[in-house]
Write a protein that binds this ligand. Structure first.
Ligand code: 5SP
Ligand code: FE2
Length: 220
């Protein structure tokens, strides 16, 4: 399973050190939460932070856009060095166009679903995307509890992938710890985002190791 530490819970005054620490600990992805204060009730940062971190890291930059009309910012994230852009299906009227544009800009695409959004709503674009992100909390904040009722949706995304011979990754985001990562993997998740679990206790190295070990306990 790929572990994607979320810098939302990192030390913003020492971001470079935290990014280095997770890279050395064996993470392959860096999850970067972009919030605009409209789609969610929180503000974080924009492509300028992605640009500043890019020369410091070889991690795969997974940019989760919690913004209205994400199509406006795709060019900026591509120029900043994003590897993948995740857009909420609830945040755009033009999901198909947005995904095509992400690919034209040379990035991997991801469609993101809130806990209240069904897989049905995204089915037309599932054959197009590189990844599907199933939110396992309502977006906007770190440190929330994993919503067990989202597990059936992870399983549904995996079932649909197999039935239609598609090859998207299934990412989960929110409330991931050394227990919930097992539940998510058993249901079909292949990428696990973790923010507060990685950055708010012990060292990021210890926490990432625990996540990797926990996920290995589940056969896939
Ligand atoms: O997108 C989000 C929150 O909206 C996440 O990526 C959080 O950063 C996850 O934080 P934890 O639940 O792991 O603390
Ligand atoms: Fe996120």
């Amino acid at each position: 399973m790929i572990i994607a530490p979320s810098i939302l819970s990192a030390d913003f005054a020492n971001l470079a050190a935290d990014v280095k620490a997770v890279e050395e600990a064996g993470a392959k992805y860096l999850h970067i939460d972009i919030m605009d204060g409209h789609f969610v009730d929180n503000l974080t940062f924009g492509p300028n932070v992605v640009k500043a971190l890019r020369p410091l890291s070889n991690l795969f930059f997974d940019c989760h856009l919690m913004v209205e009309n994400p199509e406006k910012y795709l060019q900026d994230f591509a120029a900043a060095g994003a590897d993948l852009v995740g857009v909420h299906i609830e945040a755009t009227k033009h999901a198909h166009r947005v995904i095509s544009k992400i690919h034209q800009l040379g990035m991997k695409s991801e469609i993101v679903l809130n806990p209240g959004t069904s897989i049905e709503f995204a089915k037309e674009v599932l054959p197009l995307v590189d990844s599907v992100l199933i939110m396992t909390v309502d977006p906007g904040f770190g440190g929330q509890a994993f919503l067990e009722e989202t597990v059936s949706k992870i399983a549904e995304a995996e079932k649909y992938r197999k039935e239609h011979n598609l090859n998207y990754q299934i990412e989960v985001d929110g409330g991931i710890n050394d227990q919930t990562i097992k539940t998510a993997k058993a249901a079909g998740a292949t990428i696990a985002v973790a923010g507060s679990y990685v950055f708010s206790q012990n060292t990021p190295e210890e926490q990432i190791k625990k996540l990797i070990e926990a996920s290995k306990q589940v056969e896939k």
